[in-house]
Design a protein around this ligand. Structure first.
Ligand SMILES: [Zn+2]
Length: 364
């Protein structure tokens, strides 16, 4: 199952999570980087292999600036993120003076290995970083759409009615409002889309532990979280989710260019503001933090959404081993990673620019 349709020989874009992880480890070792492995306590991969978050540290121990680069917050999106990390390890001779690197490979290894955007509990990790002791964010707009997104049946009149209902909502509310209602993060439907969970996920706890252990005494921290699936194909947009007027925003604009940084809260970005975004975990860093989401476009939004609905439906109904289920997996992967050489080249080239600008910003 999950037979990769892509070129297995590409040095950066790996056919499976397991291959990507092996490549990451061997490149980090070759560079002399320190490695740390966090194995998932229960979940295993398709070949019963352990699933882990692997972290490589390079550069000086007393770095004044550390750049954190994260892949696979959204599982299946990790093929591109891992490729950018492997490319960085390949081309890195040494970090700029006083700058260290912390590469987090496979933050959501379950989704990476099983071709899911979400984790082992269908939790969207990038909606999971809310205060779970407080009341969950209002998701009434999602609730109204849920029966249409994940209908009782995936074919026949019920499916047609659901699709027509969604189209009617888009006509009534506009595409942006419907996008926001679906994607902003919901906390009521564990079998639904963009479900944020009811407790901190394992990956969430591991990340918070890493931040506490490694970034407590670092004066300047940069964070690049790599995603795919939104925006024009191949282009890597820079999404900023923090305060529009703060120091962090000014630093981001200075590092990457004011016209490059899209501010979610000003409605400039391809993504509206979200609940429980992962980068908020870095609020715990005492130093100056500069965070960006590097979002590579793939397919049109409607195509990506249909692929997500189908894969979520088949998984929730336990039909993932069926031919239909496997087709849904293949379509999901194709929606988040384009198998063409130009897209891959664009991803790597853009990744280099974004990373190098961040390292220069941290060094300065
Ligand atoms: Zn994503």
């Amino acid at each position: 199952m999950l037979k990769p349709e892509l070129d297995d020989d590409h040095p950066h874009f790996s056919p499976t999570y397991a291959v990507a992880r092996d490549r990451f480890i061997s490149r980090a070792r070759r560079l002399g980087a320190e490695l740390e492995r966090h194995v998932h306590p229960e979940a295993r991969g398709p070949a019963a292999e352990p699933l882990s978050i692997d972290v490589a540290f390079a550069g000086p121990r007393d770095a004044a600036g550390v750049l954190v680069v994260i892949s696979a917050t959204h599982g299946v999106e990790g093929f591109a993120g891992s490729a950018v990390q492997l490319d960085l390890l390949d081309r890195l001779v040494q970090t700029p003076p006083k700058v260290g690197l912390m590469l987090i490979h496979g933050l959501n290894p379950y989704g990476f290995a099983w071709i899911r955007r979400t984790n082992e509990d269908n939790v969207d990790l990038n909606r999971n970083f809310v205060d779970h002791d407080a009341a969950a964010p209002d998701d009434s707009a999602y609730r109204a759409l849920h029966p249409l997104l994940v209908p009782a049946r995936w074919s026949g009149p019920e499916r047609d009615a659901a699709d027509n209902g969604l189209m009617a909502k888009v006509a009534e509310l506009g595409p942006r409002a419907v996008q926001e209602a679906i994607t902003c993060g919901q906390y009521s439907h564990p079998d639904g889309l963009y479900y944020g969970g009811r407790a901190p996920a394992w990956s969430n706890r591991v990340l918070r532990g890493l931040i506490a252990a490694r970034l407590e005494a670092v004066p300047r921290v940069g964070v690049i979280d790599i995603h795919t699936g939104l925006g024009p194909a191949g282009h890597g947009e820079l999404l900023f989710s923090g305060e529009p007027d703060g120091d962090e925003c000014r630093r981001a604009q200075a590092w990457w260019g004011a016209d490059e940084v899209e501010i979610e809260r000003l409605g400039e970005a391809i993504s509206p503001p979200l609940n429980g975004e992962m980068p908020t975990a870095f609020d715990a860093v005492p130093g100056a933090v500069t965070r960006i989401t590097l979002e590579y476009g793939t397919a049109p939004m409607l195509e990506v959404m249909q692929a997500l609905r189908a894969e979520t439906w088949t998984t929730a109904r336990g039909a993932i081993q069926s031919a239909e289920g496997q087709a849904a997996k293949a379509a999901l992967r194709a929606a988040f990673e384009l198998p063409d050489a130009q897209w891959r080249a664009d991803v790597l080239a853009r990744g280099r620019v974004v990373i190098d600008k961040a390292m220069a910003g941290l060094a300065g």
